[in-house]
Design a protein around this ligand. Structure first.
Ligand code: PBG
Length: 338
């Protein structure tokens, strides 16, 4: 083979007088041309709430992340606020004896979540408190809606979801976040909140929530895995993008205040698409499995935890989400300190 070539011609073809690397020469110039900024004010800290006092339980599949009783959750919320975090999202860990077929504990105004909301709001009034609306942690079936003969009922589930949202709003939640994916729940819940004097409580809709394998560690943490089947008849098919726009459109019509995409990193195209098509703020959830993947690799020495975590959060921001739920929130708040 002939390895001779015309170097002069090759240089001319390279167009090398145009040099994008000039804008990468120093941290100073990189700072000026940086297009996206990740700020602690973008991050929401999820908290898994335990009954009782002085409880702090590790979660095998989520290193460095703990289930906390209300007193510890309050302390953590104060610490988070001090680091610049302005939002927490609460999820309950219920004992089996509090779970039943209809998830009735979910509407208890004195239940675990309303108690936690009140305690956090009392201690840190400026912290935005977000509550999850779905039956799975309350239901002996582990599904997000009511179950009859193996079917997840839609319209029949709306009432208990609305009652759960009312109990959360009454306890002081700033945003209720339906993650159940039942049809029509945003309008139903919006109306129920308005009729009960909770006009100022916002609805953050999990608009495009996919039937994902990445929720595994969360279900371990809450002991909320479905007792039969899967969630594919209500959560979305990971193959679909147009359907996410349709879901978002319905939620906008029904009065959602914020639209969420979940999981995060595997669905950047969905975030970007919703950001382009809708004028509502977009939220993203970097879910438990995304956290666990980075943590597992980092613990093996295969990835650098801080670099990859911050990079993945920045990517979620770049795609268009300004609110990011992440189990790295506390760590990232420390990393991002100037
Ligand atoms: C409840 C809910 C789930 C998550 C948030 N809300 C689990 C599920 O739908 O099975 C997952 C969050 C995570 O994995 O971090 N409906």
């Amino acid at each position: 083979m002939n390895s001779h070539f015309d170097r002069q011609h090759a240089f001319e073809m390279s167009g090398v007088h145009i040099r994008p690397r000039r804008l990468r020469r120093s941290e100073a110039i990189r700072g000026f041309v940086r297009e996206t900024h990740l700020d602690v004010s973008n991050l929401v800290l999820p908290q898994f709430i335990l009954p009782g006092k002085h409880e702090r339980q590790p979660i095998t599949s989520m290193p460095d992340f703990y289930r906390l009783s209300v007193d510890h959750a309050v302390t953590q919320a104060k610490e988070a606020y001090g680091l610049g975090l302005r939002g927490v999202a609460l999820f309950p860990v219920l004992p089996q004896n509090k779970k039943d077929a209809t998830g009735s504990e979910s509407k208890n105004p004195q239940g675990l979540i309303p108690t936690a909301v009140k305690a956090i709001k009392d201690a840190v009034p400026e912290m935005l408190v977000i509550t999850d609306v779905a039956l799975d942690p309350y239901s002996s079936e582990g599904h997000d809606g009511l179950v009859r003969e193996g079917e997840i009922l839609n319209d029949e589930s709306l009432e208990i979801l609305a009652e759960m949202a009312i109990a959360q709003a009454a306890s002081g939640a700033d945003l209720v976040a339906p993650s159940d994916m039942m049809d029509g729940r945003i309008g139903y819940i919006r109306s129920a909140l308005d009729q009960t004097g909770h006009r100022q409580t916002g609805v953050l809709s999990y608009a495009a929530k996919y039937a994902s394998g990445f929720y595994g560690p969360f279900r371990e943490a809450l002991d909320s895995a479905p007792k039969f089947g899967d969630k594919k008849t209500y959560q979305m098919d990971p193959a679909n993008l147009s359907e996410a726009l349709r879901e978002a459109e319905l939620d906008v019509q029904q009065g959602a205040d914020i639209l969420m995409v979940k999981p995060g990193l595997p669905y950047l195209d969905v975030i970007a698409s919703l950001y382009q098509h809708f004028s509502l703020p977009i939220a993203a959830y970097q879910v438990s499995g995304e956290y666990s993947m980075i943590m597992a690799a980092a613990r093996n020495g295969w990835l650098d935890e801080k670099t990859t975590a911050v990079e993945s959060l920045l990517a979620l921001r770049r795609a268009g989400s300004q609110m990011i739920f992440t189990y790295f929130a506390l760590k990232a708040a420390n990393w991002l300190q100037k």
